[in-house]
Structures are given as structure tokens and as C-alpha cells.
Design a protein around this ligand. Structure first.
Ligand code: GUN
Length: 291
């Protein structure tokens, strides 16, 4: 029987472990604070940010939300980041990506105080991660590691194929999985849109992580019996539903489930873990800034 990995259940465990750390910080007079900044009218981004704020409220993190008109000058976002950097009640800052075209994404990432960069996207934090001493593990890759752990799949010695080379998922995940640490020691292949014969790569994998943003790209034909499949994709595709769309991953769940040993669903797999690891990083950030 294929194990369908329940991301909500694993995320619940992480949240309940966090509540102890949040209580301890409270005893020391610190309430962790997370600022989310949204400069977009993309409905998916709006939903993600509001879920992150709701998560904060549920676990006792002070959530601060700033919305900036997507037509506003880029300086408005840069100034907001400067103010949040200076605010002692804000321990973590997350600017929801993507930002509008007239905003320089690299300037945004460079501008966030690295100690408050709970996404782990600042070049200083990327450098620390690659060098093997991450300050903050980026939320989705960290969530993927935790899902593998929960499914009893130790990456050590395994062939892991990551489909996708983004700065948010593919690249940091590859770095984490090759490290000489727990939940590392894997042999990692990073595939992308220019990879020749993707199926030949994925069929040789013990673990496939799909994070390319192409709906249902990875199907059962591309997998060997028993493979662990982690689906990072969240794609809105037109469908005859109340909302007019449905969410599908980068994996064709039905055919992949026939082959996989364990597989994450969409929704209910990686998504809740990304959110839980953001809370984890925010609590860590509050601890680092406590003294
Ligand atoms: N947009 C999509 N994923 C992410 C993420 O992990 N962090 C931020 N800031 N924006 C995103």
C-alpha cells in the first residue's frame, strides 16, 4: 500500500513542539513577531499571506501585516523594509514573492536584515547554508526534509532527483540534502526545463521532489516501483468547481500513487509544512535577537 504522507499531521506536531519554545520566550518577556509584506494582487499570494498570519495567531506569534499598492514606487517597499528592520518587536520579515516587475527583487532580499530574514533568502544566509552552517533553513526545503523524516525515508546514500532549480526550493534543497548532517548525505541530481530525458533521471531515483511549477509533469510512467515522491507544486488549473479552478501539484497524483512507496498529496502535503517551518524560523529569530 502506498503511504500518503499527511503534511497537516506532521505540521501539527511541529507547531505543538514550537509552543513550548514560545512559552519559554514568553517567560523571558519576548513575544516573537513576524511581519509579512504583500505588494501584489495575485489571489494565490493573498491567500498564502493570510494563511501565514492566521498560523501566527494560532501559535502565539505576533503577526504584523503590511500591504503595499502594487503600483506604488519601489521605494515604498524598500522604506517599509527599513522600518521593519528597525522595529524591535519584529523578529522576522517575509516579503511575499513575486514582487512587481518595477521592484528589484535582489534589492528587496539584500535589504532585509539577515537576522530577520526568516525566508533564508538574503545572500549572507544563502552563503551560510551552502557552507553548511545555515542560520535559517528556507521553509519549503526544510519542510521537505521533515516530511522525509516523518515518512521514515533517510536521504543518506539515496539517489534524490529534484525537478526544479529555483532559488526558493530546488537550489537550497539540493544543498541541504548533500550536507554531512542528519537528513542529508544524499546523492542529488537537479533537473530542470532543459534536462534531456527527464524520465530517465526520475526512473533512477529513490526519491523524486517535483518543484518546477508545471502541472502534473511527473507521472507514474516516470517512476520506479517504491519511489518516494514529494510534490512541492501548487498550480491553479481551470476546473468545473465553485471557484472555477482546482489545485494540482507538479505530480500526476493518481498515476504516481500506483508506483510510489510514499507520496505527498496536493493540497495537504508540502504546503502546511512550509508554513510550519516559517513559524519555526520566526521562533528561532526571536531567540537569536533576545539578548
Ligand atoms: N513565494 C512563493 N514561495 C515563497 C516563500 O517561500 N517565501 C516568500 N517570501 N515568497 C514566496
Amino acid at each position: 500500500m502506498t503511504h500518503v504522507i499527511d503534511g497537516n499531521a506532521v505540521a501539527d506536531e511541529i507547531r505543538s513542539d514550537l509552543s513550548e519554545s514560545i512559552d519559554a520566550l514568553g517567560d523571558a518577556g519576548v513575544e516573537p513577531g513576524l511581519a509579512t509584506v504583500l505588494m501584489s494582487e495575485d489571489p494565490a499570494s493573498e491567500t498564502y499571506v493570510s494563511m501565514k498570519q492566521r498560523d501566527c495567531e494560532e501559535v502565539g506569534i505576533d503577526g504584523i501585516h503590511v500591504e503595499i499598492d502594487p503600483e506604488a514606487p519601489a521605494e515604498e517597499l524598500y522604506d517599509t523594509i527599513d522600518e521593519l528592520n528597525e522595529d524591535p518587536e519584529v523578529h522576522g520579515i517575509l516579503v511575499q514573492m513575486p514582487v512587481p516587475d518595477h521592484v528589484d527583487e535582489r534589492e528587496v532580499l539584500n535589504r532585509i536584515d539577515p537576522v530577520k530574514d526568516v525566508d533564508g533568502f538574503h545572500p549572507e544566509n544563502v552563503g551560510k547554508l551552502v557552507a553548511g552552517h545555515a542560520r535559517y533553513k528556507p521553509c519549503t526545503p526544510h519542510g521537505v526534509q521533515k516530511l522525509l523524516e516523518a515518512a521514515d525515508v533517510d536521504p543518506e546514500g539515496k539517489d534524490v532527483v529534484i525537478v526544479g532549480r529555483s532559488n526558493i526550493v530546488g537550489k537550497p534543497l539540493a544543498n541541504l540534502l548533500i550536507q554531512k548532517t542528519d537528513l542529508g548525505n544524499a546523492t542529488v541530481t537537479v533537473c530542470h526545463s532543459r534536462t534531456n530525458d527527464l524520465g530517465a533521471k526520475t526512473r533512477n531515483a529513490d526519491v523524486v521532489v517535483a518543484a518546477c511549477g508545471v502541472p502534473q509533469l511527473v507521472d507514474g510512467e516516470m517512476l520506479t516501483e517504491g519511489t518516494t515522491v514529494i510534490d512541492v507544486g501548487v498550480n491553479r488549473v481551470d476546473a468545473d468547481t465553485d471557484k472555477g479552478y482546482e489545485l494540482v501539484g507538479d505530480v500526476d497524483f493518481e498515476s504516481a500513487k500506483e508506483k510510489a512507496g510514499a507520496i505527498t498529496p496536493v493540497p495537504g502535503g508540502v504546503g502546511p509544512m512550509t508554513r510550519a517551518m516559517l513559524l519555526y524560523n520566526t521562533v528561532k529569530a526571536a531567540g537569536l535577537q533576545k539578548d
